[in-house]
Every structure is written in C-alpha cells, then in structure tokens.
Design a protein around this ligand. Sequence first.
Ligand code: ZN
Length: 151
Amino acid sequence: MSDLRELYQEVILDHSRNPRNFGRLETANHRARGHNPLCGDDLTIYIAVEEEIVKDVSFEGSGCAISTASASLMSEILKGKTLEEVASLFGRFHEMVTGDPSEKAEVAPELGKLAVMAGVREFPIRVKCATLAWHALQAALEESEGIVSTE
Ligand code: ZN
C-alpha cells in the first residue's frame, strides 16, 4: 500500500511541476475562474465545446500542488468526452474525495489517473484544492463568466 501511495505522490508532483494543457485556450467558448481563499489557489479553466463534446481544455493561474495537479489531470481526462460524461466524472470524483475518511475510497474505473487524488479525503482542508478546477469547470459550462469561490 505504501508503494501505491508513493506512486500517487509522484504523479501529483509530476503534474504540479509540469502541468499539462497549461495556458490560455484561444479556441475556448467557455471559461471561468475559481478561487479557493483558504489556500490561495486561483485558477481559470478554458474549455472548447462543440456539439456537446469537449474538444479542448486548458487552465492557467496559480495554486498549490494539489489544485494544480488536479486541474492538470482533469484537463487530460476531459478531452473527447461528452458533457454528460463530464458531469458523471465530476460526480464520481466528488464522491471519491469527499467520502468518509475512515473508509477506503472506492475509485470508479472511469476516473483513470484521477485515482491519485483519492487520498485527499483524509485531509479535509485539501478537498477544496482538489475540487477547485472541477467547480470552475462547472461554472464555465453554465456560462457564468464570474469568479467561483469554494467558500
Ligand atoms: Zn490548495
């Protein structure tokens, strides 16, 4: 189990140091900014949707390792997904990171690499870091251009 934990930490560190899909997305037709005042994370999510399918996703901003890695991993998994699949993934991810910390997280197979975030449930203050990108994504898809705050 500790090997798995180390592997998970490596993935998180890798994605926080070298975030994928980082930067403004010129083709985006939705975007929203998410702010987590508890930690200082501040991310903007850009998303290009065509006929209910995610064509491209990117993000920019600054945040802690967890929020950056979560946004990076999210941006990777969302490309090519339908909006229905995106909503389902968010639900599964949210369940995984907010579940009872005394119980082992059940990781839905479709979450893929996002499974590395399962340990976050043991650190309630980090849950908002891990879900920030997803909340911003949801705001972007709902067409609100404002700032979402996790508070
Ligand atoms: Zn954070």
